[in-house]
Write a protein that binds this ligand. Structure first.
Ligand code: UDP
Length: 476
């Protein structure tokens, strides 16, 4: 395309923090602006130990023209900033802080009309203020978490001690109460550095020119209503909110390995396969992985298990090397498991094409860590879930999905805190795959799938919400 023509198109830039859960929804948003609204996009990528999954996403043949991936130079000597006991969010916040030292010069070169960031890139507010570039925030988790986060500075002032020790549920204004035990890990220990980072970033959210949320009215009616109407949020004041979800992966890159998985699914009966994966970076302890494997075996259900090297130290051990953990599951899955489940179960190391699997008619349920992207992908395809939250805000998501939305079933014990036995796993898997409760969840899933489709199509709430911002950018 002629450069002059390209320049005439409205140009916006995106800046996600590392991690597939942050990159993927911003990537989809950016792609839609290019494909559906004729924009030109600069997509800034913070360089980490780039994962296989990330490299696949940015493969040139996966990108439309007018979509430019710009790598922010890697931070030299990054490891010197880290200590052994540093939690993932602190590491992530430091990587972002150091990487954004390059942002002013990049923005001066590319000069977008607006910059869209995710929660952990809020240093961009100060940088962009000087350059007079409006910054929008894209909140990549649930609306209720965003509202809790907007309320957090108040809680921080008013509550003494730890939130988890509060005797009553936490009442974010206008929202459904949150059980203190379910609050996100990052705010559970207020003395830890990661709490300070989280608080810093969320306290800057009101500086945004607008906030995009990956949700829609039928999924989070109470929260979205409270955002518009509750006085607490009006007084902050919260910037204009644009609910544009569910924004999920559309055209997944299917590798040769992925095609084999889909071919295996083609040969299974409808709704018969349980898909098991713990997000992009989730891992289990070796003891828990063994129980899960035998639980699947004795349930006698068909399954796809995305296997990762177990870690007894962290539930997010694969976060920074997503999909790169090319290991041999035979080395860590219990002896005899793969042989015993041959034909009925498929074990895939590290990574699988999740959206294509959820979209396949043979997939009957999804055992998931309930990350927000996985949640939306499951709902948008009408697949019921077995909730196995591991870290971050996933316990909150699991509770909402099970108790409010009606598309998930939780275990009676909390994963990561207690071992879930193979017997318990067998029981829950059978209920969801074969039982009446499973059928009711599947029906609810199909309703929400339909509602998501309507929200995203012309005249629908998410479609119109995005169009109004697009029109505004075009008119600038
Ligand atoms: N994902 C995938 N294949 C896998 C594991 C994960 O494609 O084997 C994708 C999944 O489709 C989703 C993202 O990774 O888009 C995970 O994001 P989520 O917010 O669910 O969890 P996080 O990884 O951020 O904890």
């Amino acid at each position: 395309m002629a450069i002059a023509e390209e320049i005439k198109k409205p140009h916006v830039a995106f800046l996600p923090s590392p991690g597939m859960g942050h990159i993927t929804p911003l990537f989809e948003f950016a792609k839609r602006l290019v494909i559906n609204h004729n924009f030109h996009v600069s997509f800034f990528v913070i360089t980490t130990n780039a994962s296989t999954a990330q490299n696949e996403l940015f493969r040139p043949d996966n990108l439309p023209s007018d979509f430019h991936v710009i790598e922010i130079p890697p931070v030299e000597n990054m490891s010197s900033f880290f200590t052994d006991d540093m939690r993932v969010l602190t590491q992530l916040a430091i990587i972002v802080r150091e990487s954004l030292k390059h942002l002013p010069s990049l923005l001066m070169t590319h000069r977008p009309k607006a910059l869209i960031i995710d929660l952990f890139c809020t240093d961009a507010f100060e940088i962009c203020e000087k350059l007079e570039i409006p910054v929008y925030s894209f909140f990549t988790a649930s609306t209720i978490l965003m509202m809790f986060s907007l309320y957090l500075p108040t809680l921080d002032r008013e509550v003494e001690g730890e939130f988890v020790d509060l005797p009553e549920p936490i009442q974010t204004p206008g929202c459904n109460p949150i059980c203190p035990h379910d609050v996100l890990d990052q705010v559970k220990d207020r003395k830890n550095e990661e709490y300070k980072w989280y608080l810093l970033h969320v306290s800057r959210l009101p500086l945004a020119a607008g906030i995009f949320v990956n949700s829609w009215d039928d999924l989070e009616p109470v929260s979205l209503k409270a955002l518009k109407e509750n006085l607490f949020f009006q007084n902050i004041p919260v910037p204009p909110i644009h609910a544009i979800g569910p924004l999920i992966k559309q055209d997944e890159v299917i590798t040769e390995k992925g095609a084999e998985i889909l071919a295996w699914l083609d040969n299974q009966p409808p709704d018969s396969v349980l898909f098991v994966v713990f997000g992009s970076g989730g891992t289990l302890t070796s003891e828990q992985l063994t129980e899960l494997a035998w639980g699947l075996e004795i349930s006698q259900q068909r399954f796809i298990l995305v296997a990762r090297m177990p870690s007894d130290a962290s539930a997010s051990a694969a976060f920074f090397n997503v999909g790169s953990d090319e290991n041999d599951p035979l080395l860590y899955l219990p002896e005899g498991f793969v042989k015993k489940t041959e034909g009925r179960g498929l074990v895939v190391p590290s990574w699988a094409p999740q959206v294509a699997i959820l979209n396949h008619p043979s997939t009957g349920a999804f055992l998931s860590h309930c990350g927000w992207n996985s949640t939306l992908e499951s709902i948008a395809h009408g697949v019921p879930m077995i909730a196995w939250p591991l870290y971050a805000e996933q316990r909150m998501n699991a509770t909402i999905l099970a108790e409010e939305v009606g598309v998930a079933m939780k275990f009676p014990v909390v994963p990561c805190e207690e071992l879930i036995s193979q017997k318990e796993i067998e029981k829950v898997v059978r209920i969801v795959m074969e039982g009446e409760k499973g059928k009711a969840m599947r029906r609810r899933g199909k309703e929400l799938k339909e509602s998501a489709k309507i929200a995203l199509s012309k005249g629908g709430s998410s479609y119109e919400s995005l169009c109004s911002v697009v029109q505004f950018w075009k008119s600038q």
